[in-house]
Design a binder for this molecule. Sequence first.
Ligand code: NDP
Length: 335
Amino acid sequence: MTKVFLTGASGFIGAHILNDLLNHGHTVVVAVRSATRGQQILNRHDRDAANKRVSFVVVEDFVKQGAFNHVLQTNAPFDAVIHTASPYFYNPYDPENEILRPAVQGTIGILRSVTEYAPTVKRLVITSSFAAMINFNRHPATYSESVWNPMTYEDALRPSVTYPASKKLAEEAAWDFMEKEKPHFSLTTFCPPLVFGPVIHHLESLRDINTSNTRIRDFIQGKYKDAIPPSNLYLWVDVRDLAHAHIRALTATGAENERFFVTAGHYDNKQIVDIIREEYPHLSEVFPPKDLSGDLPKDVYQYDNSKSVNVLGLTYRTLRESVRDTVASLLKIKE
Ligand code: NDP
């Protein structure tokens, strides 16, 4: 049992990481941007004993220099840190302030604070992204941990690519920090592609759905009755498997100072619609016609997720299970 400092717990993935941490008996302090968010997280756990092992601290601005210094000291001692918080949306109005600075400075800030003010931390885990790998202009034959997207800070200022560039720049900055500062803890990064799975974090309505589950919401709300939209990305992972990977990274031998590509495999939007049609026949009238074809290219890039299987012991859920459970969770949330 360890004490973990976690960011991003108010979001889609972070909520699952928090659940998994509590289920494994860990004590967790979550850093949130407002007390409202913190209270929403506590409310989610108020019916079980786990609520005694989760508390929150408010860090209003993750970008501010030394933002984490005080909370790391006053809640010490921590054994591990998981940094998941980062803006995930496309086409910002102000790329630097809305996405780049929180992603990059937020990451460096937490690394620096842990280095200076949390001497008991042994492992630090960061949720990076397949976005830090993917090269839309020239895909490699196979994506694996050795692949990085070539985007620069200049590129990142173009709103259409700010998000993927922010993930690359943030992860790169983290590894550079480790190289230069040689701190007392190890780093593990995760590069998940599109993440599907049940929504368990607080949502006022489906209008506020997280970015990666948007397409599933749109399908069940009948936004695509005539056509299947382009899939854009052809790799996916279930949020519960991704959360489990983060927990494994706290203890698994061989996870220290490693980057992991965590994916369950290929998919396209047609497969998603077909699964929803079969699992939820009563929703069928809002779906695109059955005979439309999918867009998974025959020569689609391949993936190598063997490191996640061999080192972390991951097994991956099927697309059917993930989509079915995602829809079940969305149907419980008001439109
Ligand atoms: P969500 O939007 O559901 O959650 C984002 C989390 O980050 C929330 O806790 C949010 O806090 C926090 N956050 C957002 N902007 C800021 C900011 N400026 N300063 C501090 N905290 C901020 O997204 P996901 O859960 O899907 O994403 C979590 C992480 O996983 C991100 O790092 C993302 O890049 C990465 N990822 C996600 C994938 C996916 O398909 N979902 C794929 C690959 C990587 P608040 O509630 O206060 O807004």
